[in-house]
Design a protein around this ligand. Sequence first.
Ligand code: BDP
Length: 663
Amino acid sequence: MRTGDFDAAWLPPAAFRAVGRRRTLLRAGDGPLVDTVHGEVADACGRFGGRVVRDGGEDAELVLEVTGGPAGAGLGDEGFALARRGGTTTVTASGGRGLLYGLFHVVRLGEDAFRGERPREEHRPALAVRMLDHWDNVAVHPVMGQVERGYAGGSLFWADGRARGDLGRVRAYGRLLAACGVNAVAVNNVNVHETEAHLLTDRIGEVAAIADALRPYGIRTHLSVTFAAPMVLGSLPTADPLDAAVRAWWRGATARVYEAIGDFGGYVVKADSEGRPGPFAYGRSHADGANALAAALEPYGGTVHWRTFVYDHHQDWRDRSTDRARAAYDHFTPLDGEFAPNAVLQVKHGPMDFQVREPVSPLIGAMPRTRLAVEVQATQEYTGQQRHVCWLGPMWSEVLRFRPEGGSGPRVGELARGGLVAVSNAGDDPFWTGHPLAQANLYTFGRLAWDPRADPGAVLDEWIRLTFTPERSADPVRLTDGLHAVLDGSWATYEKYTAPLGVGFMVQPGHHYGPSVDGYEYSPWGTYHFADRDGVGVDRSTATGTGYAGQYAGPWAEVYGSVETCPDELLLFFHHVPYGHVLHSGRTVIQHIYDTRFEGVAEVEEARRVWAGLADLVDPARHARVAERYEEQLRSAREWRDQVNSYFLRKSGVPDARGRTIH
Ligand code: BDP
């Protein structure tokens, strides 16, 4: 399953067998994306004995066509139509991008694309921007390393302090991304340090080289920039977004970016957040800040992705009135309607920071006159750092299906008009993602961004089929079932042995791996669980707490605001309750904590056993890598169980009703 010195992931040669055996007619004019489609089909034919022609070919079994006519109308530039009649399967698109997505769709269908008849079906992405943010540093950062929160080796883009000379791997990355629907990549860390700031100006050529490698797969390149760029790079005395010289600087710099990269996507900005510069220093609003950059990008069709992760990271833990969860909503909702059309607010899916369980951010849905993008984290910072199996498809799907106004109101997947963004989990590791099974997160993200209503379980099975081509295995059923079993419930398993009932954190400060029950409890980050001898949880109700629950619209303010109606899994996020409080499940909080920690470890033991049983069916290198990581996952899960359980035993003094030993 490997090509060259890296894993073929979900595009192993065998996945192209059905296409590669056919006679294909490409009726599509020219252009780089059409050339990409031709190259893909020609390669597959070279391997499996088919043939591809660019004209003629009356007896074609697969027709890939670009049409300006009515058949292509309404598909948009990324959509495609698929039909099968009289022994010919036809993919129709209005341009190269749609054709490429159509080809990958046929690859996913395999032989099914060439059976029977198929009435015309149309496919279009639900979201126009499907983006990966790389938190990659060009220079290795002394604390964060090269890839901030990266668990898959070094950067795919940068090595030895500059853009890689050989961008073959970047091209291969673009290919994998196109095959799951991603169409935008930001190539550097949102924390823009001094070296990386220069990518915007004197080092834009390096970004252009990366953009060239990604373009053949329909991917636009974006850049994280520092809000202080006019000072850092332009020697201006201020970065005040309303200052004429500052605005002129952004216009000039942006014009030069577009000279180098004609289809440049735009900027990503982290401002006034965790020490990054921003408009607050000048008494300006975030709309003023975002709009200054948006104005510079506007003539070229670029977008500024302005992050809403703005909060006070120097708070006093004793002061319960400053609730970090409230921050994004409090800062941004008053500005609704003030942002330029090409300014997109990029909102983390939860109000805190990518914990294993958070409610959906109340900001989503609360700014009807602003374009929002939703940001999720594929890199597993708080979900096992790619040493634990934690497939996040069900979590993301829950977020995307959530209806902020309740009832039959729009879903998050519809409100994310500015796109869906994930912090990438890929690096230069031979398996791309460190843990080979973490590839499933990258793939699932792309497919959910294309169709937020997709069933994540079906996406998982699709990933399994493509990556492991079970039909060629000695035991397809054991292989497929085994892979599905170890991945499908893995998020729930992870939740069971880590911080309970939505309370979050309890991780080692700094690197965020492994348990530290009071790690953040007395520090200024705003991430507390308030456990004492009587109870645990954060009172975010409106009646007695921080009022955060009151930020929700529709029925949610009430649902979350009351201990009676709050869902169990979020109880400690919203409420401080006694250990004896009885959950909807019928268990007390303390017994739930004990039971689920034991269950979580048992589930990891079982998954490890299932994986061991697939040794004869999985490529040995991949099998060994996963097996080795299961040892660490199990060690860590036991550590979590023991620390969390003994902590709550000592705090509460309530013994385990089932008499198990807690150390
Ligand atoms: C946190 C990470 C930090 C990021 C920050 C962000 O710990 O490294 O810089 O999010 O999203 O989760 O900006």
